[in-house]
Design a protein around this ligand. Structure first.
Ligand SMILES: NC(=O)c1ccc[n+]([C@@H]2O[C@H](COP(=O)([O-])OP(=O)(O)OC[C@H]3O[C@@H](n4cnc5c(N)ncnc54)[C@H](O)[C@@H]3O)[C@@H](O)[C@H]2O)c1
Length: 355
């Protein structure tokens, strides 16, 4: 692997990523992952290239693949650059085989790769994969970035901003007074409503959690319990768009059939899985059901995701140092200290993450 080619490519990146830069500088000096075989499965984007650089600088032997989701293609220029630099790249999961030390994963896809064995541990990036890893029958260390406050920086701030940017770019630039139904008032849903509110949109939140519905009302939104399907459907049919962010695959299809919903209501998925289900054809959902922000050149602005990518990489050190046995939260040393450093650096009020 010619690291110089990757570094030249990354040097043209227009965005701030101090946490990964610092990690790269430290790891280039200490080489803590020398010879370690890593399988890297997250969406292959321009930002992912910045995350890969410290892994190579640390001496890791990385196989790069791409999150396998309908409608989600890897960035071609990134695939080409990595191949040209001699990196081991395999986009087709069924063709990946062999033994790896660590799986750096997203949506728990590595444990279901038939020909892959992971010997030392896994690190999951997102909410959707967390239930699978929490049930995985293994004594290897398994860290979930989703079980942390750190993940809120991406989920609440970065994804919310990106979702609204994508709605304005691909659907409608003027959102003032438009009605949105947001399914899920967790990290991602709260971020989306925060940024939709800045645009003057009217928001109704649907959630299964009564406390979260109270939070939505306190924040000035309408709120409906998910089990009140009649009211939910009426609200959908009076809305401009529905946005799903629950992490529950097939949720809308379990509640309604496509013909229940007016054709001019925009259906948007922000979850990592298809939250509409098979009854809804891909063409009925914006971006063919892919998380809408992944249609953007920058699916999440780098400075929101930089500390999360850094922590995902740094979990490798915790695994090498023995790690926890089985599933656990992000190590504490990588959580609040990083959140506080990020908040200080960008002077962003993070009080919303404590709910
Ligand atoms: N598009 C992106 O860039 C991006 C970024 C981060 C996470 N995600 C994905 O977004 C989804 C949500 O992630 P999160 O971190 O906000 O999760 P979360 O667990 O913080 O929140 C999920 C919310 O959905 C609610 N919910 C669950 N089942 C429900 C149901 N049947 N009906 C109504 N509400 C229900 C929960 O009560 C909770 O409030 C996941 O699929 C995650 O992987 C996407």
């Amino acid at each position: 692997m010619d690291i110089n080619k990757l570094q030249r490519f990354n040097s043209t990146y227009d965005g701030d990523y101090p946490f990964l830069k610092e990690l790269g500088a430290t790891w280039a000096a200490t080489r803590p992952l020398e010879g370690l075989r890593i399988l890297h499965n997250i969406p292959l984007t321009r930002e992912t290239m910045l995350k890969l650089e410290p892994l190579y600088l640390a001496g890791a032997d990385v196989t790069v693949t791409h999150l396998d989701l309908p409608g989600l293609k890897p960035k071609q220029e990134c695939v080409e650059l990595l191949c040209d630099a001699g990196a081991d790249v395999e986009i087709d999961h069924s063709r990946i085989r062999g033994e790896y030390d660590i799986g750096l994963d997203c949506c728990a896809q590595i444990p279901s790769m038939d020909n892959v064995t992971v010997r030392r541990g896994y690190v999951e990036l997102t909410q959707s994969g967390t239930p699978v890893y929490s049930q995985l029958d293994t004594s290897l260390p398994v860290y979930s970035l989703d079980v942390s406050k750190l993940k809120c920086l991406e989920g609440m701030f970065g994804t919310g901003e990106a979702c609204v940017r994508a709605v304005k770019q691909f659907i409608e630039p003027a959102l003032n007074g438009r009605k949105f139904i947001v399914f899920g008032y967790g990290k991602v849903g709260r971020g989306i409503t925060r940024y939709l509110s800045h645009e003057g949109a009217e928001i109704t939140v649907v959630d299964a959690n009564e406390t979260y519905l109270d939070h939505a009302v306190a924040a000035g939104h309408a709120a409906i319990k998910n089990t009140d399907t009649r009211s939910v459907l009426d609200a959908i049919n009076a809305s401009f768009a529905v946005i799903t962010a629950t992490g529950h695959p097939g949720l809308i299809g379990e509640m309604f059939s496509p013909s229940d919903i007016r054709n001019d209501v925009h259906l948007i998925n922000m979850g990592a899985d298809d939250e509409y289900g098979d009854a809804f054809p891909a063409t009925r959902v914006v971006a063919n059901k892919a998380p809408l922000n992944f249609m953007l050149d920058a699916p999440t602005i780098m400075f929101f995701i930089d500390p999360i990518f850094m922590a995902h990489n740094r979990c490798c050190e915790h695994i090498l140092n023995g790690g926890a046995s089985g599933f656990s939260a992000l190590p504490a040393a990588l959580d609040m200290p990083v959140v506080e450093a990020w908040s200080r650096r960008y002077a962003i009020d993070i009080s919303d993450i404590f709910y």
